[in-house]
Write a protein that binds this ligand. Structure first.
Ligand code: THU
Length: 135
C-alpha cells in the first residue's frame, strides 16, 4: 500500500477512538482524502434523541467542506467488526456522491487490513447533482 493510503487507513482507525456512541457502543471512524492531499477525519456522534445521530463518514465530509475542501479522491472507514469488511450506510453513500462518483473507498478492519472498492460500486445508478444540472 502507498504511504498515503497507509496514512488514510491509520487516520480512520484513530478517528474511531474519538467516537461518541454511548447508546450503540458501535464506534466508527472515517478519514477522507482531499484532492490536494489533506486528510480530514470524522467519527460517529450520537444523541439521546437517537435520530439526530451523525455517522462518521458524514462528520468527516461536513468537517472537510467547512474547512474548504470540495474535491476528494478517497475515504477510509472502520468499525470494531473484525471478521468482515463493513461498508458505509446508504445515507452516507449518497452524501459522498454529492462530491463526485470517483471516490475510492477503503473498507478497513480494526487490524488495518482493508478492501478497496469504489463509490460507484457501492451506489450504482445513483441520483447525483448531475441530474439537477450541477456538477
Ligand atoms: N454508523 C456510522 O457512523 N457509519 C455508518 O456508515 C453506519 C453506522 C454509526 C451510527 C451509529 O452511531 C452507530 O454506527 C450504530 O448504527
Amino acid at each position: 500500500m502507498t504511504d498515503q493510503v497507509q496514512e488514510l487507513v491509520a487516520e480512520c482507525l484513530r478517528a474511531r477512538d474519538m467516537a461518541y456512541c454511548p447508546y450503540s457502543r458501535f464506534p466508527v471512524g472515517a478519514a477522507v482524502l482531499s484532492a490536494d492531499g489533506a486528510i480530514i477525519t470524522g467519527c460517529n456522534v450520537e444523541n439521546a434523541s437517537y435520530g439526530l445521530t451523525v455517522c462518521a463518514e458524514r462528520t468527516a465530509i461536513q468537517r472537510a467542506v467547512a474547512e474548504g475542501h470540495r474535491h476528494f479522491t478517497a475515504i477510509a472507514v472502520t468499525c470494531d467488526i473484525k471478521d468482515r469488511f463493513v461498508g458505509p450506510c446508504g445515507a452516507c453513500r449518497q452524501v459522498l456522491m454529492e462530491f463526485g462518483s470517483d471516490w475510492i473507498v477503503y473498507l478497513t478492519k480494526p487490524d488495518g487490513s482493508y478492501k478497496e472498492t469504489s463509490l460507484s460500486q457501492l451506489l450504482p445508478l445513483a441520483f447525483s447533482p448531475s441530474h439537477l444540472g450541477k456538477n
